[in-house]
Design a protein around this ligand. Sequence first.
Ligand code: PLP
Length: 456
Amino acid sequence: MTTPTISRDRIKTIAQREAAAFLAARPKSKELAEQTEQHYLFGVPLHWMADWGTPVPLFVERAQGAHFTCVDGHSYSDFCLGDTGAMFGHSPAAVAAKLAEKSTEGYTAMLPTAAAAVAGKALTERFGLPFWQLATTATDANRFVVRWARAITQRKKILVFNGCYHGTIDDVFVDLDPNNPDAPPTTRASLLGQVYDLTQYSDVVEFNDIDAVRAKLVSKEFACVLTEPALTNCGMVMPADGFLKQLRDACNETDTLLVFDETHTISAGYAGYTGLCDFLPDMIVAGKAIAGGLPCAVYGMSAEVAAKMRAAKEAAPPGHSGIGTTLSGNMITMSLLATNLTEVATKEAFEQIIAQQSKLSDGLRAVIARYNLPWNVTQLGARSEFQFCPESPKNGKEAEAAMDAELEQAVHLYLLNRGVMITPFHNMTLVCPDTSDADIEKFLTAFESCVKELII
Ligand SMILES: Cc1ncc(COP(=O)(O)O)c(C=O)c1O
């Protein structure tokens, strides 16, 4: 069977047709877009909301479990799930009940509540790191972790992997030149208003290249290596066998801290990807879904790192640490964090969502095989990514080379018009405890019919 060709003209024709169909079926979204255009820059509260490739933003009415309804009354099976925030479903019942219960008991006092004790114990038991701090977003948690790492190691540099994303923390936006592996790293070209030379203290190598990691760390100038255990923001890149352990060893040998950002890779299981490893990182970051989708993030640390953090704080003159925000660990999110950890994000919930994602991933693979497309699907527990390359990429460069913005837009719009939503950036799919076999069937049917049309 020959590999089918997908012509650029065909992609454009489908995208245009689907955009027109989207608009025709959504007069209320169109009307609301006309209103918000007048008051919001880019017509939306956050400019990313305009990045979905739809002719006007899709205005949501309500969301529950694995589904949401738009203002025009269409219902959708949601496989984007707020790009992970709603990984345990929209408004998970126990979190919603706790939110209602606590809504009249105060929101923020800059003091702990009894829920802090419950959440702290639950985090330690789950991830295996003994000490924790709260932040409001995963971006902030990463920012704080990098500061702590620099403070306690007295080293200025950090090492990240090409194609990484850890939120809008500036320090990680350094890239390798895709056309020249020997060229020095550069500050990410798309950043707005960045005036510092980020390459001064941030360095970058390709994921899965342990020799490149070692060559950097040997200088003992690096405070930490900050990484997702599998890259999930440039498509998906899984760690090669043994790579993470080698990374752990390279960090140990050079007294460099190893930080796992589990914000997305928590999809791998109850204790994130860390739970699949036979070693612990020095620090862990998690956010987005950790308190059921409400603004909350956490970062954990080993006893050794915690002792150094205490010493650094005590040694510093009184005044601002540069770490923390007023609403971090507020009364409401502490309660929701405790509830989500103990009642929602349970081992059973993970078993269920991983099993459902396996059905989806297998189904997508079957469609791809039926039409002999040079695409592949990589599953990471409850999330997966289909990528426009025959094999799972080994690093950020390969993952980025497989991206095709036009094709993505056509596929995403096609799915959306058939009641299936996936993430707007690359081709990530995520399932939640409420995702049913019928949702998966709906996805696979729409995906197959999209593929058929593309290869005509
Ligand atoms: C791995 C990772 N870390 C951190 C973040 C930042 O999360 P937030 O935007 O909630 O700050 C993201 C966001 O996509 C992420 O993918």
